[in-house]
Design a protein around this ligand. Structure first.
Ligand code: PLP
Length: 228
């Protein structure tokens, strides 16, 4: 518990420092705790410390944790690859899906979202550096996907999610995040009421915040090393 509190405080300090350096308010950046490959007890601990949004990237693993933690009021974000045969379970069990990159997924999620849960929050994942091995839509396909999302009754389009190319060169990190931000502004200019720019992880949250991130997704630096 003490160790967890320590990590949380340190992380909040980093976020705050990055916000001030960028002339932004810390409240503009929310924290998604990425709990993939972490035991459910850790989610319980961080929920007690005040966090309620958790991100998972494997459906089965997430469903098991959800059932063991059903006494808590948590907000679940899916951040992994979406397989077509898993969309129903995602629509039924998650509050957000941040990794949508195809029309078909949007249509299925909307059709399969139970009415009583209200619209599913969706971010479009963009493959900003056009890496062949990586998930995400091409930047030029994002506007069309957003148009589709906007027409669907049970989808609430919230914004974009990106995982830029891994690099230690900070100037390159800036370019990638800046390109995501430009696309985000394009969505707004096209009339989409989006409020979420999900970018920045343990290693690059400062750069992401300086380029306009509104949600950082933190695993390692908050919950510690993951099980392999
Ligand atoms: C694992 C993961 C993260 C968290 O990464 P850390 O480096 O552990 O902070 C963030 N986003 C996505 C999509 C992930 O899969």
């Amino acid at each position: 518990m003490n160790d967890s509190l320590e990590r949380l405080k340190k992380l909040q300090q980093r976020i705050q420092t990055a916000c001030f350096a960028a002339g932004r308010q810390p409240q503009e950046v929310s924290l998604l705790a990425v709990s993939k490959r972490q035991p459910p007890e850790k989610i319980r601990v961080f929920n007690e410390l005040g966090l309620s949004a958790f991100g998972e990237n494997q459906l089965q693993e997430a469903l098991e944790k959800q059932s063991g933690l059903s006494d808590l009021d948590l907000q679940w974000h899916f951040i992994g690859t979406v397989q077509s045969n898993k969309t129903r379970a995602l629509a039924e069990n998650f509050d957000w899906v941040q990794s949508v990159d195809r029309q078909k997924t949007l249509v299925r999620l909307s059709a399969q979202r139970p009415q009583h849960l209200g619209p599913l929050n969706v971010c479009l994942q963009v493959n900003i550096d056009r890496e062949p091995q990586k998930a995400g839509a091409s930047p030029e396909d994002i506007l069309k996907l957003a148009e589709t999302a906007a027409k669907l009754d049970n989808i609430s389009l919230r914004g974009l999610m990106a995982l830029p190319r891994m690099t230690d060169i900070e100037a390159e990190q800036h370019i990638s995040f800046r390109n995501v931000k430009i696309l985000f502004e394009d969505l707004k200019s096209a009339g989409h009421d989006v409020d979420t720019l999900s970018m920045g992880m343990s290693a690059d949250l400062e750069v992401a915040i300086s380029e306009g991130s509104t949600m950082v997704r933190i695993g390692t630096d908050l919950l510690g090393k993951r099980k392999i």
